[in-house]
Design a protein around this ligand. Structure first.
Ligand SMILES: NC(=O)C1=CN([C@@H]2O[C@H](COP(=O)(O)OP(=O)(O)OC[C@H]3O[C@@H](n4cnc5c(N)ncnc54)[C@H](O)[C@@H]3O)[C@@H](O)[C@H]2O)C=CC1
Ligand SMILES: CC(=O)C(=O)O
Ligand SMILES: [K+]
Ligand SMILES: [Mn+2]
Length: 349
């Protein structure tokens, strides 16, 4: 029996609700499979921890996490009590960077039993590969002066290594998908980073003569997500563009509450971190009405990464079966609670 040691950081807000639900589903799928099990270790890190200790996680937090096979995280953020740039950079982004989780994979596909807010959508199945270690989210810049003279400078950092890595990963994914990669650019507005991004894309694609490519500016791409999402297979995007595009990906599926994500250390040197696209949703936290599907589907991505694709497929099937049965939380137009959705997925399993 294979045992996977998983570090659990439920985090803040609805993270505390959706993570335990997803763990129940993952334990059940492991029991049904019989060849593996999970050993969950819980860490109370997040904004509550910050308010008590003055830091989002202990100083040796990253070293602690390195001892685990993978990390399962909910969401971080309590914006009324802790500024977002402190909470996210003190935990979520610190882990992504510190454990070199340089690729963020975020699928968006039309699920059975779900009504997309798009009118008559064609079947779409997109995977966004988001560069996850640099780009627009870089701790480089500064603030100066005050009042009318106040200045804020935020630099974007694009390295050849990081850019090539994300693009190669996207092309490799496309090999096992529908052989198409779209690059999200904005080289008509950003005059250094995105022309560089375009050049690297043109170089990298030469290594993949069997893969078709397209290049779209991010503004047009956002519109195409609404008008013709079926046109896309794999999309490679910078950190900011990928972040925005994948909330939209969640929205066209039916809700940001179902969108899954995986922060991958593709070298498998350190643990990867599995956490859904959505945040801590303070507006609905503590009410038992959050949609657990994003977190559950994220668990499927963890199973896939661990090599249990069959068990992973079981989870997505159970999610779809439960949706077809009409068991939906409010964000999907239903009236079911988180617990009802979780129980329905368990039953479908
Ligand atoms: N990866 C992470 O941990 C992320 C953290 N955040 C943080 O989360 C906090 C809230 O950020 P927002 O911009 O409001 O984004 P959010 O994703 O938390 O919420 C946006 C909207 O979607 C709804 N929603 C999100 N997940 C849902 C679910 N599972 N079921 C039903 N409805 C759901 C929320 O109720 C809200 O109306 C902030 O502190 C932010 O910085 C935001 C995005 C990602
Ligand atoms: C922080 C955030 O919104 C994300 O990583 O998706
Ligand atoms: K999250
Ligand atoms: Mn986001």
């Amino acid at each position: 029996m294979q045992t996977y040691k998983i570090a659990v950081i439920a985090g803040d807000g609805i993270g505390k609700e959706v993570v335990p639900a997803a763990i129940e589903v993952l334990d059940e799928v492991a029991r049904l499979d019989g060849s593996f099990q999970f050993e969950w270790t819980y860490f109370p890190w997040g904004c509550d921890y910050y308010l008590e200790h003055g830091e989002m996680m202990p100083e040796d937090g990253l070293e602690t996490l390195k001892q685990f096979d993978q990390i399962f995280l909910g969401a971080v953020g309590m914006p009324e009590l802790v500024p977002d740039h402190i909470s996210l950079w003190g935990l979520l982004i610190k882990i992504r960077r510190g454990l070199k989780q340089s690729i963020n994979v975020r699928p968006a596909k039309l699920l059975a039993g779900l009504e997309s807010p798009l009118k008559n959508p064609e079947n779409f199945d997109i995977t966004v590969v988001r560069e996850n270690s640099e780009g627009e989210y870089s701790d480089s810049g500064g603030r100066m002066h005050s009042g009318a003279d106040e200045i804020a400078i935020q630099n974007a950092v694009f390295t050849r290594k990081g850019t090539e890595r994300a693009m190669h990963y996207a092309f490799e994914l496309a090999k096992n998908s529908r052989q198409h990669v779209t690059s999200a650019t904005k080289s008509n507005g950003l005059t250094y980073s995105m022309p560089f991004w375009d050049e690297v894309f043109n170089e990298v694609k030469e290594n993949y003569p069997d893969i078709d490519t397209a290049v779209n500016h991010i503004d047009a791409l956002a519109a195409f997500f609404v008008m013709k999402p079926q046109a896309f297979d794999v999309i490679v995007a910078s950190n900011l563009f990928g972040d925005i595009l994948t909330d939209l990906g969640g929205a066209i599926m039916g809700s940001i509450g179902i969108a899954p994500a995986a922060n991958l250390n593709i070298e498998r040197e350190y643990p990867s971190m599995f956490e859904p696209v959505h945040g801590s949703a303070p507006d609905i936290a503590g009410k038992g009405i959050a949609n657990p599907i994003g977190q559950v589907w994220t668990g499927k991505m963890m199973l896939d990464f661990l090599g249990h694709q069959e068990a992973g497929a079981r989870i997505l099937n159970a999610i779809e079966q439960s949706l077809v049965a009409g068991v939906k939380t409010g964000d999907l137009g239903g009236a079911s609670s988180l617990t009802e959705v979780k129980n329905s997925i368990l039953q479908s399993l």
